[in-house]
Write a protein that binds this ligand. Structure first.
Ligand code: MG
Length: 218
């Protein structure tokens, strides 16, 4: 069983679903040559994919191209279904940072065949996850910076103000499909600057003032 903690409150949550939004920043859509979606692109990762600060990413032998995608992570604290956008943020227990590790070659091949992305997004170690800050400590989730460094060099530096679908709308939309439950986590998409990692790389992801996370590639 994987858990996530809010050190400031001493609370710990058993991780339920990990719901992920794809193509939520225009500059990242452009860099991958994707079409801008009319509705949010939704996929999932299993909780078994979670690793923590200090852990190691293990690239599966069936991939030659593993990418990082640093993302704002949202922890659901209160169950809800069909949540109105105006009430959505009251369901949030905390905010953190995650890296949506993606086997880009596997994903591209699955996309071409019209097949689900699970292998590319849900493999063991595909979801490095930080500790979370309580929601009460984040005045506006659309006024945060997401940064990622590889071996000390900055590769991603984006603002959550540039999300196509802001956090409240994501929660409201997802809750029309899935009952959101305490311990569910939402990854809200990545800004531009994604790239490949290789064995020995050190990744540091940060939402300054909220959360940080350091992992390496085995
Ligand atoms: Mg992503």
């Amino acid at each position: 069983m994987k858990t996530v903690s809010l050190p400031a409150t001493g609370n710990e949550f058993i991780i339920g679903k990990i719901l992920c939004i794809g193509r939520n920043y225009v500059d990242h859509i452009t860099e991958l040559g994707n079409e801008t979606p009319t509705a949010p692109v939704v996929f999932m990762k299993p909780a078994s994919a979670v690793i923590y600060d200090g852990d190691q990413i293990r690239i599966p032998s069936f991939s030659r191209e593993c990418h990082y995608e640093a993302e704002l992570a949202v922890l659901i604290g209160t169950d809800g279904k069909d949540i109105p956008e105006a009430e959505a943020l009251s369901h949030v227990a905390g905010y953190g940072v995650a890296i949506d590790m993606t086997l880009r070659d596997v994903q591209d091949s699955l996309k071409k065949k019209g097949l689900p992305w699970d292998m590319a997004k849900g493999f063991d170690t595909a979801c490095p996850l930080s500790d979370f800050a309580p929601a009460s400590a984040v005045a506006d989730p659309q006024a945060l910076t997401i940064r990622l460094q590889v071996n000390g060099t900055e590769r991603q530096n984006g603002s959550t103000s540039l999300m196509i679908n802001p956090v409240a709308r994501i929660i409201s939309h997802l809750s029309t499909i899935f009952t959101l439950e305490e311990g569910d986590i939402i990854l809200t998409g990545t800004p531009a600057g994604v790239g490949r990692v290789i064995s020995g790389d050190r990744l540091e992801a940060e939402v300054p003032g909220v959360a940080r996370l350091s992992v390496s590639v085995a």
